[in-house]
Ligand binder design. Structure first.
Ligand SMILES: Cc1ncc(COP(=O)(O)O)c(C=O)c1O
Length: 417
């Protein structure tokens, strides 16, 4: 099934979108009306279990009462100000994020791509100001995703996004994830930064090994380059800890955050270690809408709710349960090959296209998402519970069953993974 029967309101909404919004996204033919907790409701009142959380933004689900309260209150006081004046929340959020991450300062913008732009601009400016010889090379990973603006696209290691937009920003060298030899061969004194996602989301739920991250750190120190971690998708609690780099033995020089950090209002953050605090002097960077009092206050509330409701532990527990269940599906069904990921960022690798499953999932009341054509990505809110995983698994079993069950000789191979 590709499209659900629609009511008149939905037809109108979907029709208008098709007529007026550029066809950049493969939009599903469903018109949503509202959200509540882990569920979304369409204009016909149908309910969908949201395993996607608006691409990872709605980490507290929909209409969390504490977020709604803060939103209402701040909207009556001050929504946007500009960086020409001070207000309490931008500084408070920066202080808290620095304290949590061990970083020393923050720059706000509105989206992940924009924050990545800031990171690579800062790395190049720092290198230009501190070294006599050219130091502009950026090392990034094949298969990575860092955004769609020119700079962030230039460090994104996927041809399908880059194709047609050349010439891109020069000086980027891509290497294979977890390939220590390639990393060592690429690094030299002309490198200004290495850019990594500890756990690639859009790239298919692929992790950097601790060994690889540690070697990146060592080589960055040796060649006086910055280690930049893009935790826009995997950071801020999604892996069941505040930051993806925790436990890796590595700390970054620059840390990029986005998605849930503004509680649903556009906000992204470039965090820098104290020694890089003054690299961006006046006129070197900017963002009119970045870091509004509303977004920053919501960001503070988001962090407090995660703490107060013990959501890091919840993400670990529910995420572990989700992974076990996904692996069981991979053991049982022919079309699924492997479960991978951590916490609330999990993937189920398929050997069939994922898009038809996403579409058919709507008919079963489940919102799925697919990356790289064949990987179902699970990016739920942090409030997801085991009982919701059970609902999702019921739907997935139905969807996968149509492709057949594994033959006994394949079951043991899949179970061994
Ligand atoms: C790891 C990573 N970096 C950067 C981006 C770009 O963020 P945005 O779409 O907010 O510009 C994304 C978006 O999905 C992402 O997952």
């Amino acid at each position: 099934m590709s499209e659900l029967p629609q009511d008149e309101t939905a037809d109108l909404i979907i029709g208008r979108d098709r007529e007026y919004l550029l066809p950049v996204y493969p939009r599903n033919a469903i018109a949503m009306e509202r959200g509540e907790g882990v569920y979304l409701f369409d204009t016909a009142g149908r309910k969908y279990l949201d395993l996607f959380s608006g691409l990872g933004v709605n980490a507290l689900g929909h209409a969390h009462p504490r977020m709604v309260e803060v939103y209402r209150d701040q909207a009556t006081k001050l929504v946007h100000l500009s960086h020409h004046y001070s207000q309490r929340y931008p500084g408070e959020l920066a202080e808290k994020l620095c304290w949590m991450s061990g970083m020393g300062g923050a720059f706000y913008s509105t989206g992940g791509s924009e924050a990545i732009e800031g990171a690579i601009k800062l790395a190049r400016l720092w290198a230009r100001d501190n070294f006599a010889t050219p130091k502009t090379k950026i090392i990034a990973l094949e298969g990575s995703y860092h955004g769609r603006t020119y700079g962030s696209l230039s460090v994104t290691g996927q041809d399908k996004y880059r194709e047609g937009f050349e010439p891109l920003v020069p000086g980027v060298q891509f290497i294979e994830r977890n390939n220590l030899e390639q990393l060592r061969a690429a690094m030299d004194d002309s490198t200004c930064c290495i850019l990594l996602e500890p756990l690639m989301g859009e790239g298919g739920i692929m992790a950097c090994s601790h060994e690889f991250m540690q070697e990146a750190r060592r080589l960055a120190d040796k060649h006086k380059a910055l280690l930049v971690l893009d935790e826009i998708q995997c950071g801020l609690g999604r892996l069941g800890r505040w930051f993806g780099f925790e436990g890796s033995g590595v700390t970054p020089d620059l840390l990029v955050l986005g998605k849930p950090v503004g509680g649903g209002i556009p906000l992204s953050v470039l965090l820098v270690r104290k020694e890089y605090f003054s690299v961006f002097g006046p006129a070197k960077h900017g963002s009119t809408l970045g870091g509004s009092p509303l977004a920053c206050r919501l960001g503070l509330e988001f962090l407090s709710v995660v703490e107060d409701e013990g959501l890091l532990a919840r993400v670990k527990d529910t995420g572990g349960y989700l992974q076990q269940n996904l692996q069981a599906l991979a053991n049982e069904f022919d079309a699924a090959t492997e479960a991978r990921g951590e916490g609330a960022l999990q993937g189920l690798a398929l050997n069939v296209p994922g898009r038809p499953l996403v579409e058919a999932g709507h008919g079963l009341g489940v919102m799925l998402n697919c990356v790289q054509g064949t990987v179902l990505r699970f990016l739920p809110s942090f409030i997801l519970q085991r009982e919701h995983v059970d609902i999702a698994m019921g739907a997935l079993r139905k969807l996968l069953k149509q492709y057949g069950e594994k033959k006994p000789e394949n079951v043991s191979a899949a179970a061994a993974r």
